[in-house]
Design a protein around this ligand. Structure first.
Ligand code: AMP
Ligand code: ZN
Length: 457
């Protein structure tokens, strides 16, 4: 059987996963739990799930660790404000309360998307001893130094292959770049970064250390947790493309300096998700959450399907239209599955299998599923069994029984008026009617053959 290969950002090439005799060690950078995960974050978390499920489909075992960042992640504006503490101030509650609230919302979002739980979810705040011992090792082997105030910095120049993942070599990182804590004047070299930061005036989320009270940097968290929980070797490291630099570059320097070799075999990055053509951001007020889908009557798994229609390595623009279309495809597939009998047998399809093994080509695998749906040479039972097979990775609950309620005469009339409005290119009216129908749980979507509808379930 051929092996699962995936694109390695570091080697810039496809690489096969060659692990035998033990589970494949996967580490996926988890959420910073100061706010809800948006559909873009979920695209990245789904990537780790698709990798795990594809490996399992090939008979391999997986050990997946995903961290919970509840301390140490500073705001993008580099004003040295911990994201957790700023949100705690805003919501006027204890930072740990914020962390636990968003952590539990993160887990329910994952469940709604059928993302299988990781084997462990270590919290940064509960892994301080591991981070302190990693930092101690780095000081002892000359990779890090302690500043006068009791902060500890990693010396970027001690790691000659710095930049191998992102291409940001040290000699091209100029002093003018906005680095973390660039203003504190304690670093020996502009590209050095804090492993431990002395508390200064900060009184919350601080711990004792051999260098005084303080708090950990974000990058050392992933080094400490991945090495500790994955036996000092990560086979596949997953994260969004924005984490390539500096987060993963710094993590690689730290982890390799501890283990004395490559700690990670494969660096996998998911491209970003745009929504209706724009980057999602709070300031642009276009952050979309799973809850927003649910409140529009869409099955959260329509997000899973819509995301899989695109390759993880391409930037993707998600739209309400594509979500509605995915929702109606889901309904159609579930109804077809019911009409194809009740076989629980898991079939096999070599094209779906080979598409997934080849760098997770989910769009091609879905095309194949559509072809199977229409294939007149296959029996209903065969179709159902291949759908059962595909659903091991797609995880779209294809066996779910959908309720088929009849439409009321008002609802039928509304559907007809909408079709007329569209034929007359009266888009405002057609959108208005679509929203009215959504309130009744009827999801309308448009396709080249005209409009179609389904119960939202
Ligand atoms: P955060 O909670 O901000 O630390 O992000 C969690 C994960 O989501 C990281 O792996 C990010 O790279 C990823 N991420 C952030 N924004 C997006 C986006 N728009 N599309 C896909 N992944 C994203
Ligand atoms: Zn990380």
């Amino acid at each position: 059987m051929s092996k699962f290969s995936i694109y390695n950002t570091q080697s810039r090439d496809l690489q096969a996963v060659n692990v035998t005799g033990r589970p494949v060690h996967i580490y996926c950078c988890g959420p910073t739990v100061y706010r809800d995960a948006h559909v873009g974050n979920l695209r990245t978390f789904l990537l780790a799930d698709l990798i795990s499920r594809t490996l399992k489909l090939s008979g391999m075992e997986v050990l997946l660790v995903q961290n919970i960042t509840d301390v140490g992640h500073m705001s993008e504006d580099f004003e040295s404000e911990d994201k957790m503490l700023s949100q705690a101030k805003l919501e006027k509650v204890d930072p740990f309360e914020i962390a636990r609230k968003y952590e539990s919302k993160f887990h329910s979002d994952l469940a709604r998307l059928n993302i299988s739980p990781a084997n462990s979810y270590p919290r940064a705040s509960e892994t301080i001893p591991g981070m302190l011992s990693s930092i101690q090792t780095l000081i002892e082997n000359g990779s890090a130094y302690v500043s006068e105030s009791g902060s500890v910095y990693f010396s970027a120049q001690s790691f000659p292959s710095y930049g191998a993942i992102s291409g940001n070599r040290l000699d091209s990182l100029k002093p003018g770049h906005r680095y973390e804590y660039s203003d504190d004047g304690e670093k020996k070299f502009h590209a050095d970064w804090a492993l431990w930061k002395s508390a200064g005036n900060r009184s919350e989320m601080v711990w004792d250390s051999p260098w005084g009270r303080g708090f950990p940097g974000w990058h050392i968290e992933c080094t400490a947790m991945s090495l500790d929980l994955l036996d000092s070797h990560v086979d596949i490291h997953v994260g969004g493309i924005d984490l390539r630099f500096p987060h993963h570059e710094n993590e690689r320097a730290q982890s390799n300096s501890i283990v004395g070799g490559e700690a990670v075999d494969l660096w996998v990055h998911g491209e970003h998700l745009l929504f209706e053509g724009r980057k999602m951001s709070k300031s642009a007020n276009n952050v979309v959450l799973v809850e927003d889908l649910i409140s529009k009557g869409l099955d959260p798994l329509s997000l899973r399907l819509a995301l899989m229609e695109n390759r993880y390595r391409s930037q993707m623009d998600l739209t309400w239209d594509s979500l509605r279309a995915a929702n109606s495809t889901l309904n159609r597939w579930r109804s077809s599955m019911a009409s194809w009998g009740n076989s629980e047998t898991i079939g096999f399809d070599s094209e779906i299998h080979s598409s997934l093994l080849a760098d997770l080509d989910t769009p091609r695998a879905l095309l194949r599923l559509r072809a199977i749906e229409k294939d007149q040479l296959l029996t209903s039972v065969q179709k159902r069994e291949i759908f059962n097979y595909a659903d091991q990775v797609f995880a779209l609950d294809l066996k779910r029984v959908v309720e088929v309620k009849p439409l009321t005469s008002e609802q039928s009339a509304l559907l007809e008026s909408r079709a007329t409005a569209r034929a007359n290119k009266n888009w405002g009216e057609s959108d208005r009617i679509r929203d009215l129908l959504a309130l009744d749980g009827i999801i309308v979507s448009d396709n080249p053959e005209g409009q179609s509808w389904a119960w939202s379930n």
